[in-house]
Design a protein around this ligand. Sequence first.
Ligand SMILES: [Zn+2]
Length: 307
Amino acid sequence: MPLSAFMNVFAGNPLDRASDRRANAAWVAGKLADPGSLALVMWNGKPMVEKREGGGSQIAYVRADLASELAGGLERLLFMGLWNETAVFALDMEGRADPADGPLAGLGRFEDLRAIALDVPQADAGILATAKAMFEWRRRHRHCAACGGPSEPSDGGWKRICPSCKAEHFPRTDPVVIMLPTRGETCLLGRQAAWPKGTYSALAGFLEPGENIEEACAREIWEEAGLRTARVRYHSTQPWPYPSSLMIGLIAEVEDGEAAPDQTELEEVRWFTREEAKVLVTSGLPDARAPGAVAIAHQLIKAWAEE
Ligand SMILES: [Zn+2]
C-alpha cells in the first residue's frame, strides 16, 4: 500500500529524525545553541499552541536556546529532528504553575492534546504525539530497569543509559489490536460501562508476547464477545500517546454464533447494519454514537460502512 494510503490523527510527523546524527552529543549541543533552532513546549503532557491564521491552532514554537535555559540540562530536552535545515527540540515542563503565566507569558497557551488534535495541522498533531509519547516514557523510565540506578538521557533523548551497569534503554511502543468484527452486512460494537451513555466502539486489547496480530485479534474477539474469527484484514495504524501505544486497526470477519459481552471489559455488544454504521460516524443514531474522528475506531467503522 502507498505510505499515505490512510493517515490517522497522530501519524504524519514530517520531521527528519536524523537518527544517524543525534547520537553525536556535540552535534546535538551545536543545534541546541544555534539561534535558528526551535523548540515546542509541553507542560504536564499539554502542548503549547497558538492561533493559526485562517482558523484553528498550531504549535507555538519558541527559540531552542530559551527552551535550553528553562530545561537547565538535557534531562527535559528532546531532539525532535530537522525541518529542512532547522533543528526542532521539545521541552518537557512539569509542576503546578502554568508556564504561560510565567516564563512563557505571551508566547502561547497550553491545551489538552486530544482536545486540539483535529484543530491543528496533521503534521503538528504527529509532532506533538511524538513528543508526548517520548516524555511519558522519560517520566516512567528515570531508573534503570536492570539495576535500579538512575539513568541518563543520550542520543538527543532517544535512549537512556545507566551509568552504573551500562544498560541501554529505548523508548517503548505497546501494540494494541483494535478491530471491527463484521458478519455479512452487520458489524459488532461494544460499550464499556464507564463510557458516556450511548457510546459504542470497536473491540480492543493489548497484543501479548508470543502472539501475532491476527491471533491477538481473534483472542480478543473471543474473550470480549464470544465469537470465533474467520478472517482478519489490516486497515491502518495509529500512534496513540496515552502513554505509548500503537493502535493496529483491523476489520475481522466472524463466524456464526451469538455475541455475548464478557461483562468485565464490556457491558454490552450490539450489531449495527451498514446503513446504521454510516449514521453512527456522522450524526449518530438516537441511542448510539461512535467515538470521534480522532479515534481509529471511528475510522474503522467509517471505512467498513463506506465499502
Ligand atoms: Zn543499571
